[in-house]
Design a protein around this ligand. Structure first.
Ligand SMILES: NC(=O)c1ccc[n+]([C@@H]2O[C@H](COP(=O)([O-])OP(=O)(O)OC[C@H]3O[C@@H](n4cnc5c(N)ncnc54)[C@H](O)[C@@H]3O)[C@@H](O)[C@H]2O)c1
Ligand SMILES: [Zn+2]
Length: 349
């Protein structure tokens, strides 16, 4: 047990039952996939409860879906002593938490992450919210759940593409905080990775950073490595193309670009850059973004919530295993980094 009350659990049903003991009203939020694959693993051990199902996917992380959740709680007569269990990936965690934190000015909620991304990242840190008018996580708040129950066993049914996407954050945690761990990861191909171990490591890294800086004034920005360019790539693919990328897939591209900038600033060596780039390409493949993409991606970088005024705030690598926050990058640097990525399959670096 720790300040964020993260429970690494082998028996999520039993652990939830214990946590829910104190409540008379319990609701479990699922989507159709977590209802099918995750809910059966805990259901029989839970006290009597309401199960609220919403449609899966980022496109449903909206105010309209919040309406469905609030309606379900209202119709069931939920009062402020009720509790909401968010059983799912980052969408369920962010949106369910947001709904709970605002329902009747706030009821308790418990996060049960079921994707690698949410176990390693989204489920920890108290950022809650929804997308609004096409802007990601535009409306939301900071609030920690009363507990986070992390059970690696849920990963057994997760589609491989989702697993790979979450892996990007695991890799990020090595690169910004633990070079030993990064070296351990990069010696193994994707199929041989030890997920239980990675989940524990990522939980530890993220928890330490979030505890030190809950509201993202300083150290927490370390977690943004790969995200300044990565987010812009993610939005570009979502808005302007029929082939969106998963979050981690975009972040992998962002990490290559931002490692490249770290190299041009002489923070990391050419060998480091080669290792990072080589490994990320091996795991995630190469996505051609196309020459037309650049203006939109650069434009997207200005949308970042972390910016101040017109400056593009990024987190780079000071060295492998240590991030460097509050590095301001210029448009031309971003362009050069995207060019570097685009050319990767033809350059043998
Ligand atoms: N709050 C934060 O700090 C934070 C950090 C990073 C990302 N996020 C948010 O997280 C979201 C992405 O999270 P995600 O990648 O978990 O996406 P997700 O919640 O959409 O889950 C991905 C897919 O996997 C399915 N699924 C979930 N668990 C499963 C399981 N065990 N077996 C089979 N299928 C399963 C879901 O139904 C969904 O179709 C984004 O909205 C992003 O903004 C939040
Ligand atoms: Zn991320």
């Amino acid at each position: 047990v720790n300040s964020l009350n993260i429970i690494l659990s082998n028996e999520p049903g039993a652990d939830l039952a214990r946590l829910l003991n104190a409540y008379t009203q319990v609701a479990v939020l699922v989507d159709e996939n977590t209802r099918l694959h995750c809910y059966p693993l805990v259901k029989d051990l839970l006290p009597p409860h309401l199960c609220v199902e919403i449609s899966s996917g980022e496109i449903h992380k909206t105010l309209a879906t919040c309406g469905q959740i609030w309606d379900a709680l209202t119709e069931a007569g939920f009062d402020r002593k009720g509790v909401l269990v968010n059983l799912g990936g980052g969408v369920i965690g962010d949106m369910g938490g947001f709904c709970a934190a605002t329902y009747k000015r706030g009821i308790n909620f418990i996060t049960v992450p079921t994707t690698l991304l949410s176990m390693a990242d989204a489920g920890i840190g108290g950022k809650l919210g929804i997308d609004y008018q096409g802007l990601k996580n535009h409306i939301g708040l900071f609030q920690h759940p009363s507990a986070i129950v992390v059970h690696e066993g849920f990963l057994a049914t997760l589609p491989e593409r989702e697993l790979r996407s979450g892996f990007a954050e695991v890799i990020k945690h090595g690169l910004i905080a633990d070079d030993y761990y990064w070296n351990l990861i990069r010696e193994q191909e994707f199929a041989k990775q030890q997920w239980a171990k990675h989940v524990k490591h990522s939980v530890r890294v993220k928890q330490a950073i979030v505890t030190a800086d809950p509201q993202e004034h300083g150290e927490r920005k370390l977690l943004n490595f790969g995200h300044t360019i990565g987010h812009a790539v993610e939005s570009y693919r979502l808005i302007h193309t029929p082939s969106p990328l998963l979050h981690g897939e975009a972040i992998a591209i962002g990490m290559i670009c931002e490692s490249y900038i770290s190299y041009t600033r002489k923070y990391i060596s050419k060998t480091d850059l080669k290792q990072i780039t080589g490994y990320l390409l091996k795991v995630f493949g190469k996505e051609s973004l196309g020459a037309d993409a650049q203006p939109a991606i650069i434009q997207g970088m200005y949308q970042d919530k972390k910016n101040q005024g017109n400056k593009i705030n990024a987190t780079l690598l000071e060295k492998v295993g240590r991030g460097k926050i509050d590095e301001y990058i210029s448009e031309s640097e971003a362009r050069e980094a995207l060019d570097f990525y685009e050319a990767l399959d033809i350059i043998s670096f």
